[in-house]
Design a binder for this molecule. Structure first.
Ligand code: KIV
Ligand code: ZN
Length: 498
């Protein structure tokens, strides 16, 4: 069996399905180019029939990257496949990913169908997709809860119909690692023609077992893994690319290699987190802020004597460099450009000038500018075309007094101002904002996150606002957390559909 494991990245499809994490096409291209540098084999670029935005992103990503195969998702429906094939027309290497639910729950409740009919639909979809492309991947949705005997029949039939890759998703994140590994082994042993296709894992993390299940699949014969950067994805997320790549690098004895340039892992993680406004939990394996921080006295003592006492990964191997906090008000444009390039962001001169201008303003308020700050600044022009912008904000607050805020908005070029009092500065500012934007909206969630340390640090605010039965996600970043909160609220309002 081959000792090469193919990395199929679905950050831009399954990862991007997370509410509030949607990227525009330009941002998706930026991520796709970074994934190419990282060395992934396949980029799942979207689900073209689902929206014009997804269709367009698959087209533009196909044009922008060269080496990875570009993959487009479909249901087992002819129209989906037609649209996917059209979206892939510029891809140098292309794959259609089609499939259908195979568990009894899906067959009965989703399709109101039966097992034989599902096999027929699966085979028809694969044959239809093969008319357009040579590389067709079939997914058996909810394979984790599909009984092995029936799953083997489905997989055998689709391989005969021309599937080159067969994806065995644990869609609900239900399987135990032993169970998932057994499933892959069963298919390896019972499917006629299994060696004509590659088995792929696609594990969700609902019970925190996605990486363990993926590894179990690999140890039992899977040779493609479907993963996302930082493990992002619906609900509890997907398997993390960085975890699988580093497990195989650390455990050389397994004898399986990937094409991942591990030194690009950290910059890619930062880029995805920043563009998607999706913080990485501090204790996240490989890429979390604390992943290499030794805080207990015993550990620090050991690491100072010899780093191998407590560290199994050299942080440099995943692209963490110790010089990351070096930019200050005295840093020039070239230093900023260089740091952005290290972080995977390439800006044209005009954008760089704008980011540098904002960088100097921030450096006036904050002594050290770290990588997170820079990424926030590089993404800041995302609000430039917004209809509603914050003009000014003044707040007085203190202990034993009511907070008062006065606030000015620029709405499509017209100026508005209001003031209000509240039981705290954020409450006062949002009440003033609501006097200008007079709609029935409710704040559902509000998270403030300091990016690193220090009272001069930039705060990031994530918000969810409900309006007209929809929940909208917003983000703001500012050294003033009241301003960041108002910016996040305005970001939500700018996304309202009317
Ligand atoms: O989790 C899943 O089953 C999926 C399929 C659409 C591949 O994402
Ligand atoms: Zn999935």
């Amino acid at each position: 069996m081959s000792d090469r494991l193919f990395i199929f990245d679905t950050t831009l499809r399954d990862g991007e399905q997370v509410p509030g994490c949607q990227l525009n096409t330009v941002e998706k291209i930026q991520v796709a180019k970074q994934l190419e540098l990282l060395g992934v084999d396949v980029i799942e670029a979207g689900f073209p029939i689902s929206s014009p935005g997804d269709f367009n992103s698959v087209i533009e990503i196909s044009k922008a990257v060269t080496w990875p195969t570009i993959c487009a998702l479909t249901r087992a429906v002819q129209k989906d496949i037609d649209v996917a094939a059209d979206a892939l027309k510029f891809a140098k290497h292309k794959r259609i990913h089609t499939g259908i639910g195979t568990s009894d729950e899906h067959i009965k409740y989703k399709f109101n169908s039966n097992r034989e009919e599902i096999i027929e639909r699966a085979v028809a979809a694969v044959k239809y997709a093969r008319k357009y492309v040579d590389d067709v991947e079939f997914y058996a949705e909810d394979a984790g809860r599909t009984d092995n005997e029936y799953l083997a029949r489905v997989i055998e039939a689709v391989i005969k119909a021309g599937a080159t890759v067969v994806n065995i998703p644990d869609t609900t994140g239900y399987c135990l690692p032993s169970e998932y590994g057994e499933k892959i082994k069963y298919l390896m042993e019972h499917v006629d023609g299994i060696h004509n296709a590659i088995i792929s894992t696609h594990c969700h993390n609902d019970l925190g077992m996605a990486t363990a299940n993926t590894m179990s699949g690999v140890l039992n014969g899977a040779r493609q893994v479907e993963v996302t950067i930082n493990g992002i994805g619906e609900r509890a997320g997907n398997t993390s690319l960085e975890e699988v790549a580093m497990i195989l690098k650390c455990h050389k004895g397994i004898g399986i290699e990937t094409n991942i340039n591990t030194q690009k892992i950290y910059p890619t993680s930062r880029m995805v987190s920043s563009l998607m406004n999706m913080p990485v939990q501090p204790n996240k394996a490989i890429v979390g802020r604390n992943a290499f921080a030794h805080s207990s006295g015993i550990h620090q003592d050991g690491v100072l004597k010899n780093v191998q006492t407590y560290e199994i990964i050299d942080p440099h191997d995943v692209g963490i460099d110790d010089n990351s906090i070096v930019l200050t008000a005295r840093s020039g444009r070239a230093a900023l450009k260089n740091r952005l390039q290290v972080l995977g962001v390439n800006l044209d001169q005009e954008k760089l000038d704008k980011v540098y201008e904002n960088f100097l303003k921030l450096a006036d308020k904050k002594k050290d500018i770290n990588d997170d700050d820079i990424l926030v600044l590089a993404g800041a022009d995302r609000t430039q075309n917004h209809r509603i912008k914050l003009d000014y904000l003044q707040v007085t607050s203190g202990v034993g007094v009511h907070s008062v805020a006065s606030l000015g908005l620029n709405i499509a070029g017209e100026k508005f101002e209001e003031c209000a009092s509240g039981n705290g500065p954020v409450d006062a500012a949002i009440k003033a904002l609501k006097k200008i934007i007079n709609r029935q909206m409710t704040l559902k969630e509000f998270t403030i996150q300091a990016i690193s340390k220090g009272s001069d640090d930039m705060g990031k605010v994530h918000m969810q606002v409900e309006y007209d039965n929809h929940v909208y996600y917003g983000f703001g970043a500012n050294t003033d957390i009241i301003a960041a909160s108002v910016e996040a609220y305005i970001d939500c309002i700018n996304k309202f559909k009317d």
